[in-house]
Design a protein around this ligand. Structure first.
Ligand SMILES: Cc1cc2nc3c(=O)[nH]c(=O)nc-3n(C[C@H](O)[C@H](O)[C@H](O)COP(=O)(O)OP(=O)(O)OC[C@H]3O[C@@H](n4cnc5c(N)ncnc54)[C@H](O)[C@@H]3O)c2cc1C
Length: 549
């Protein structure tokens, strides 16, 4: 016979069945600023779906039941297929139905901005299924360099009808793509790639090669094709390598095993070998690195967007929990020191959203109409946003988790979402160029166009608003002349990010957010522990603005 020993009380309810968009004032204001004509109804629909308890359950299940690799069939033939839980397919289908992959490439001006904001919202539901979605978005500029393949594949990379079948491309309405650069001996320095390509024949898709070698990290191997790097006599070159050949036979790509990862559990990341796999040249022989980096630069945008989305999700959960949980006679959200932590997280989350969407606008505007200023901002803000937003991600997730106390550290809490967010954060920082690589890329960007003039134009709206900000802007202007040493690259990347975030918050956040941002971040620090805001800050205004409902 069971006995009731106590009543369960003072535990928070799940944050479920909320509209993720309607409750996100910061995202709304950033969207309005960057793309005033955005389709609000689209976001309300997506916000409701991504915030629903039913989709949250799919996210839980897709992470609980990790992908399983089947190298062979029952009778010993190679099949090299990964089996996913049905919830993975439900999530990926939803992401494609909302056009988070290749749709902006055929869309009107503003399409990249809308897609970026939608990507951020969907990340709050589940980030790991967005890995193939992101790569499918990013591949178009690189793939265009092979016009014949692009003619067959391009439109289907933006088709919203997800098709999970492992069948030749011609039978599928939509297609997904990934990328393979990293090898055992080098990931950042891909010049060390040993995988090699031998010319085979001229075909309707251009020059076909046989690829032999391996990739040490090869995410989303069930994508229909990947861009890979391999050596030719002319140097490292970019190739289009489909999983199934046009005649339906399995290409000679062997999935060796799946990575046992810290997080990102719903997504399969694999190690692969190519045993004379058939692939087609994309772009010029010997120009593989710039060719594939046209793709890599766009996935870097998604690392920044994804981290900003995860920050928002962690903040919303922390605000919701502390508004229901009581300690020492008050709701936690009413305790002064908890207000300081929550308000500080809210500032960081809004600043990340602002910077990530600004980068999306630079991409949109430079794609539509070739705006020269936006092209410079795109080049500079890509490493800046990837570096700084992702660097702040893990730290942010830890602090938001702490707002939930012990429950935050437990897998069951809110369907394990805080733990999931925490495990996901470092990944956005590492892949597609880890922190140092981003800071060094900024130095390269500074050697190109007149970045000082472009930044001056960007930062003008914030001038005169805050004395310390004016001083930091003046310092940054002196340091972007291309003379910064590598050893100081991170501090320059941080400072450019901070002045950009301040200028954006000045233009589309509340005065309370801007003032608190300057009072806390523009002090020569900007990376302290959270909850150190000065007492002059309007804590209640910051928290009210960030509340998810
Ligand atoms: C889950 C997951 C999925 C992935 N999926 C893919 C994928 O699908 N396709 C793919 O190609 N790759 C993928 N990667 C690989 C990822 O992009 C690389 O791990 C990353 O680029 C770093 O390369 P590396 O691991 O070889 O580390 P290294 O290149 O050895 O770098 C180690 C450290 O050294 C630093 N460093 C390197 N050079 C310098 C320098 N000159 N100065 C200062 N510091 C430096 C780096 O910033 C990093 O912190 C994935 C990684 C993970 C974790």
């Amino acid at each position: 016979m069971s006995h009731v020993t106590h009543e369960v009380s003072n535990q928070s309810t799940p944050l479920a069945d909320v509209n993720l968009f309607s409750g996100d004032r910061a995202l709304h204001d950033a969207l309005r600023f960057n793309h005033p004509a955005f389709d609000e109804a689209r976001f309300v629909r997506l916000g409701a779906e991504a915030g629903s308890a039913a989709m949250q359950e799919h996210a839980r299940l897709a992470n609980l039941h990790k992908p399983v690799l089947h190298t062979h069939d029952r009778v010993g033939r190679r099949i090299d297929q990964v089996e996913f839980h049905p919830s993975y397919h439900a999530l990926l289908g939803s992401a494609l139905s909302h056009g988070l992959h290749g749709t902006p490439w055929s869309g009107p001006s503003g399409a990249h901005i809308e897609r970026a904001a939608a990507f951020m919202l969907f990340t709050e539901l589940e980030p790991s299924v967005l890995c193939p979605v992101s790569m499918t978005y990013a591949v178009t500029p690189a793939l265009r360099a092979n016009a014949a393949i692009f003619a067959d594949w391009g439109a289907r990379l933006g088709d919203t009808r997800y098709d999970a079948r492992f069948v030749p491309f011609a039978q599928k309405p939509s297609l997904t793509m990934g990328m393979g650069m990293t090898e055992k001996q080098g990931g950042s320095d891909v010049r060390a790639n040993t995988t090699h390509a031998e010319f085979d024949s001229d075909t309707p898709w251009g020059r076909a090669y046989r690829i032999t070698g391996h990739k040490w990290f090869f995410s989303a191997p069930m994508c229909d094709a990947h861009l890979v790097l391999a050596q030719t006599p002319a140097g490292l070159s970019c190739f289009f390598l489909p999983r199934l050949l046009p005649d339906g036979t399995l290409n000679a790509l062997r999935i060796q095993r799946l990575k046992d990862k810290l997080g990102n559990h719903a997504n399969a990341s694999s190690e692969v070998e190519f045993d004379g796999a058939t692939a087609w040249l994309v772009g010029d022989e010997g120009r593989g690195i710039p060719q594939i980096l046209a793709m890599g630069a766009l996935t870097r945008l998604d690392c920044a967007l994804g981290t900003a989305g995860l920050m928002r999700q962690a903040l919303a959960i922390a605000l919701h929990h502390t508004s229901e949980r009581r300690a020492f006679g008050k709701r936690l959200i009413e305790q002064p020191l908890m207000k300081n932590v929550l308000a500080d997280l809210a500032i960081e989350s809004e600043a990340a959203t602002a910077l990530a969407l600004r980068l999306a606008r630079a991409i949109d505007r430079s794609e539509h109409g070739g705006d020269a200023h936006e092209a410079v901002m795109r080049r500079v803000l890509t490493p800046i946003a990837k570096f700084w937003i992702c660097k702040r991600g893990s730290h942010f997730a830890q602090e938001a988790m702490e707002c939930l106390g012990g429950n935050g550290y437990v897998e069951e809490e809110g369907a394990g979402t805080m733990a999931r967010i925490y495990r996901e954060m470092p990944l956005n920082s590492i892949w597609e160029g880890a922190g140092n690589i981003m800071a060094l890329d900024l130095l390269r960007a500074l050697r190109g166009a007149d970045v000082a003039a472009a930044l001056a134009q960007e930062l003008a709206p914030a001038r005169g608003a805050h004395a310390r900000l004016d001083r930091l802007i003046a310092q940054v202007a002196e340091r972007v002349d291309g003379s910064t040493d590598e050893i100081a690259a991170r501090s320059l990347a941080r400072d450019v990010a901070l002045v950009m975030q301040a200028a954006l918050l000045r233009q589309h956040a509340s005065d309370a957010v801007f003032d608190a941002f300057c009072a806390s971040r523009i002090t020569g620090g900007g990376a302290d522990a959270f909850g150190l805001l000065p007492t002059s800050v309007d804590f209640d205004a910051l928290i009210a603005r960030a509340m998810p409902h």
